[in-house]
Design a protein around this ligand. Structure first.
Ligand code: NDP
Length: 444
């Protein structure tokens, strides 16, 4: 049996009921197959794949908290410390009812290769809880964050494991989490990123993932003799990643015509008004349908499929598996030539295949959304030296990092005669760096 098939079988057997994790491993193993074929004897002997699919440490814990009516709730918290070969574990915390071991393992596994692609010193980790922040008061959010951190603090630290935000964990939650961490450990250090600017945060962190996804898209278009200016873009989601992808794309002269949430999408033929979007989502924490009530000419489609809107560039920025094979076919039929994944694994395996077979230029999440974690690493370095850099300086470095990622993934794909296959390129380039370091450090 081929080495990758053996590993896939053992992942399925040892992690039953974890479809998202299986999907992520299958995708990575599938696309690094040519690398493995070239080094099979060495990898087998050193159990490279066996080690890379097994987290170094995986924690799950009980999180009891009390709501505003005095009722007690119990959620489950997770932290997977997947791989620290390149640096401290780094990866966000997600608070969403769909969070389970499979989702955390998939995200933690992806994070290893994403973090590797940035070229910075960060290993892969991820965490979160099945807690649903929607509709909770600030007091309840604070109570939950404190309860969550009262266990997590034992496992994290500025040189050990540095969580950040993700779905459901934004500036407010990071604040409550950091306050609890500081109280429990007596340390004011960089053990969390995404902090407020007044207390150790970094400029550009808020914008980084969305901006980075646009910068790498711009770089890819440039490499093909095109520019982003004048292009029509469909974005899904209306959270952190989506908002700043919309903002940067429009600053560069593109027109973004959609944003969405899990209830429906908004179409604005004049281009999404970012100020209104931010007011609704960041200030009022309201639903996206309010956009259409406030902006003349905008339309809201309850339960609609955002990918039915014709565009030249699609940017899924909401959540995993939000763009399926059927939607991919619709996008291609409508003339979409570029897809940039702002979210983690938003395209299903079927959708990815449609894009690759149709010649769509497809930038996978682990390359395209790496700007967030890259600026998180820059936040860590600023915390370490207690010196803070300007917006323009950090923004310019983010742009350089994204250009570097584009170069690495293009070259890695070309090394294996897979020009233009950025999925393979991202996995190969990310994997090669981690493996080189793992080989240097022995069996640990
Ligand atoms: P937010 O919580 O800020 O926003 C998530 C957005 O996605 C919301 O608009 C939400 O709508 C929507 N959404 C969530 N679930 C669904 C669903 N099932 N169907 C449709 N829409 C949905 O999260 P982020 O913007 O931070 O993260 C978005 C994605 O980007 C995630 O995959 C995350 O892992 C990834 N990412 C984020 C980074 C960051 O720096 N923030 C870094 C790298 C990757 P609703 O309110 O209805 O739930």
């Amino acid at each position: 049996m081929a080495y990758v098939d053996e590993i896939m079988e053992s992942v399925l057997a040892r992690n039953p009921g974890e479809p998202e994790f299986h999907q992520a491993v299958r995708e990575v193993l599938g696309s690094i197959a040519p690398v493995i074929a070239k080094h099979e004897a060495d990898y087998r002997e050193n159990k490279i794949l066996e080690r890379i699919v097994e987290p170094e440490r995986s924690i799950s814990f009980r999180v009891p908290w009390v709501d505003d009516h005095g009722k007690v709730h119990v959620n489950r918290g997770y932290r997977v410390q997947f791989n620290s070969t390149l640096g401290p574990y780094k990866g966000g915390l997600r608070f969403h009812p769909t969070v389970n071991r499979s989702v955390i393992n998939f995200l933690g596994f992806e994070q290893i290769f994403k973090n590797s692609l940035t070229g910075l010193s960060i290993g892969g980790g991820k965490g979160g809880s099945d807690f649903n922040p929607k509709g909770k008061s600030d007091r309840e959010i604070m109570g939950f964050c404190q309860a969550f951190m009262s266990e997590l603090f034992r496992y994290i630290g500025a040189r050990e494991d540095v969580p950040a935000g993700d779905i459901g964990v934004g500036a407010r939650e990071v604040g409550f989490l950091y306050g609890a961490y500081k109280k429990l450990t007596k340390q004011f250090d960089g053990a969390l990123t995404g902090k407020g600017l007044e207390w150790g945060g970094s400029l550009v962190r808020t914008e980084a993932t969305g901006y980075g996804a646009v910068y790498i898209t711009q770089e890819m278009l440039k490499a093909h003799g095109e520019e982003i200016k004048g292009k029509t873009i469909c974005v899904s989601g209306s959270g952190n990643v989506a908002t700043y992808a919309v903002q940067k794309a429009q600053q560069l002269g593109a027109k973004v015509v959609t944003v969405s949430d899990s209830d429906g999408y908004v179409y604005d033929e004049n281009g999404i008004n970012v100020d209104v979007l931010k007011e609704i989502k960041e200030v009022r924490r309201a639903r996206i349908k309010e956009y259409a009530q406030e902006v003349p000419g905008a339309k809201y489609y309850e339960d609609g499929n955002v990918w039915e809107v014709p565009c030249e560039i699609a940017m899924p920025c909401a959540t995993q598996n939000e763009l399926d094979e059927e939607s991919a076919k619709i996008l291609v039929a409508n003339g979409c030539k570029n897809v940039t994944e702002g979210a983690n694994m938003p395209s299903t395996e079927g959708a990815t295949e449609v894009f690759l077979e149709s010649g769509v230029r497809f930038l996978p999440g682990k390359a395209a959304n790496a700007g967030g974690v890259a600026v998180s690493a820059l936040e860590m370095s600023q915390n370490a030296v207690q010196l803070y850099r300007s917006f323009d300086d950090l923004d310019a470095q983010l742009n350089e990092i994204m250009k570097g990622i584009y170069k690495k993934i293009s070259e890695a794909a070309a090394d294996y005669d897979l020009e233009g296959n950025f999925v393979a390129g991202a996995n190969i380039a990310g994997f090669r760096r981690v493996v080189k370091a793992m080989r240097a450090m022995g069996y640990v």
